[in-house]
Design a protein around this ligand. Structure first.
Ligand SMILES: *Cc1c(COP(=O)(O)O)cnc(C)c1O
Length: 379
C-alpha cells in the first residue's frame, strides 16, 4: 500500500500510532496465489495478522487456516471457520490443545519429532499428520530451520513411527524461511523433500500424497522481490521434476506475510529528537514493543516522513517510546535532516507481524487498527 491521499488524511486526523489496512489488497494477494499455484489449498498462517476482518475476508474467499494454539482455534471458531478448514501446524503443541483440537473435529496436525507424534497419537488418535522437514533457509530474512524440522531421513523414520502409532502420515511440510527472496529455495526444498516421499514408500510401503510448501513468500520492502507467479512456476516445475510420479498429489501452502504484508501502513509520530554524543536520535510513538518487533533482527521497512519526502537524508538512531533500551528500531535510519517533533513517519507494507506482536509494555497501548474500507467514507 502506498502513501496515498487517504493515508495522509488519516494521519492528520487520527491519533497515532495506527495501522491502516486495505482488505481489498488482502483479497488480491489471496487470488494471486490461488492463480499462481492452481490446485493449491491455501492455509492462511493466522499469526501474521489475526484481525477478525482479515480472517472473515479470507474465509469468504474459501481460504483454510494454519493455527498454532487454542487461542487461534477459538478465534477462528468464533468467526464461523469450521475445523475441517484448519491445520494445527505448530510442531510444538500443548497436549491440552491437541486434545481440544481433536474434540472439536480438527484432524490435521504437523510434527517434527518423536515425542510430538506420541503426544498427537495419545490426544488425537487416528489423526492425519504432516512431517515437517528442515530445508535451506539461506535467502530468507527470518530463518526458521534451526528451531523446526527434521532432516529428510529422520522424517522418513517419523513417518514410519506415525503409522506405527496408528496415525495417518499423509505428507510432508517445509518452510523456506520467512521473507525468502530466492525462488530457487522452493525448488531445492521440493527436491529435498521428494526423497522423503521416495523412501517412505520404498522402505515402509507408505504412500504420501500431501506436499505442504509452507510460507516464506516475500513482501516488497527495500530489496527487489520475485513475483508470486515466478515462485508458483518454480514450485510447479519442481513438482513435475521430482514428484511427478506421486498419485493424487495435494499441494498445501501456509502463507502468512505475503497475504497481509503489503496491505497496510503503520503510521507513527515523532515524540523527540535529540543529540547523544555524536549520534542524532529520533524517538517515535511505536517501537519494537508496539508493532516493529521484527526490526530487532534488522528487518528493513521502507520509511516515509510526511511532507519531507524530497529533503536530504542523514543517518539517525531511530527508537521507540518505552523505557527499555531494546526498544530501538534502527541504528542507521536514513531520515530527512530536518525531521522534528510531530512529524508523521510511515512504515510501508507493515501489515504482517506488526500489530500481532504489539504489547502494552509501559502502559503504552499497541497501534489501533483502521480499514480503508471504513475510512474512505468517513474521513
Ligand atoms: C509462520 C508460519 C507460516 C507463515 O510464514 P510466512 O513466511 O509468514 O508466509 C507458515 N507455516 C508455519 C508452520 C509457520 O509457523
Amino acid at each position: 500500500m502506498t502513501v496515498n491521499e487517504l493515508v495522509r488524511k488519516a494521519a492528520k486526523k487520527l491519533e497515532t500510532p495506527f495501522l491502516l489496512i486495505d482488505l481489498d489488497i488482502v483479497e488480491e494477494n489471496y487470488r494471486k496465489l490461488a492463480n499462481a499455484i492452481p490446485d493449491c489449498r491455501i492455509f492462511y498462517a493466522v499469526k501474521a495478522n489475526s484481525h477478525p476482518r482479515i480472517i472473515e475476508r479470507l474465509r469468504d474467499l474459501g481460504s483454510s487456516f494454519d493455527v498454532a494454539s487454542v487461542g487461534e482455534i477459538n478465534k477462528l471458531l468464533s468467526l464461523n471457520v469450521t475445523p475441517d478448514r484448519m491445520i494445527f501446524a505448530n510442531p510444538i503443541k500443548r497436549e491440552k490443545d491437541i486434545a481440544y483440537a481433536y474434540d472439536i473435529g480438527l484432524n490435521l496436525f504437523a510434527a517434527d519429532s518423536p515425542m510430538e507424534l506420541e503426544k498427537i497419537a495419545e490426544n488425537a488418535p487416528g489423526s492425519q499428520v504432516v512431517i515437517r522437514v528442515a530445508v535451506e533457509n539461506r535467502h530468507s530474512d527470518w530463518p526458521l530451520s534451526r528451531k523446526f524440522g527434521a532432516d529428510p531421513m529422520t522424517a522418513v523414520q517419523l513417518i514410519e513411527q506415525a503409522a506405527r502409532l496408528r496415525l495417518k502420515p499423509v505428507g510432508v511440510s517445509f518452510h523456506v524461511g520467512s521473507q525468502n527472496y530466492d525462488p530457487k529455495s522452493w525448488w531445492n526444498a521440493i527436491e529435498s523433500v521428494a526423497r522423503v516421499f521416495y523412501w517412505a514408500e520404498k522402505l515402509h510401503g507408505i504412500n504420501l500424497n500431501v506436499l505442504d510448501i509452507g510460507g516464506g513468500i516475500p513482501v516488497k520492502h527495500v530489496k527487489p522481490i520475485p513475483t508470486v507467479d515466478e515462485i508458483g512456476n518454480i514450485v510447479e516445475q519442481a513438482i513435475n521434476e521430482y514428484l511427478g510420479g506421486v498419485k493424487d498429489l495435494q499441494i498445501f501452502a501456509e502463507p502468512g506475510r505475503s497475504m497481509v504484508g503489503d496491505s497496510a501502513i503503520l503510521v507513527t509520530r515523532v515524540l523527540l529528537r535529540c543529540q547523544r554524543g555524536s549520534e542524532e536520535w529520533v524517538y517515535i510513538d511505536a517501537g519494537v514493543f508496539h508493532g516493529l518487533m521484527e526490526t530487532i533482527e534488522n528487518f528493513r521497512y521502507e520509511i516515509v516522513v510526511e511532507g519531507k519526502e524530497d529533503e536530504q537524508k542523514m543517518p539517525f538512531v531511530l527508537a521507540g517510546p518505552t523505557c527499555d533500551s531494546v526498544d530501538k528500531v534502527y541504528d542507521d535510519a536514513m531520515l530527512p535532516y530536518n525531521i522534528t517533533l510531530d512529524d508523521i513517519v510511515y512504515f510501508i507494507n507493515a501489515g504482517a507481524y506488526t500489530v500481532e506482536y504489539a504489547t502494552n509494555f509501559n502502559g503504552i497501548p499497541g497501534p489501533k487498527v483502521y480499514f480503508v474500507q471504513d475510512l474512505a467514507s468517513t474521513i
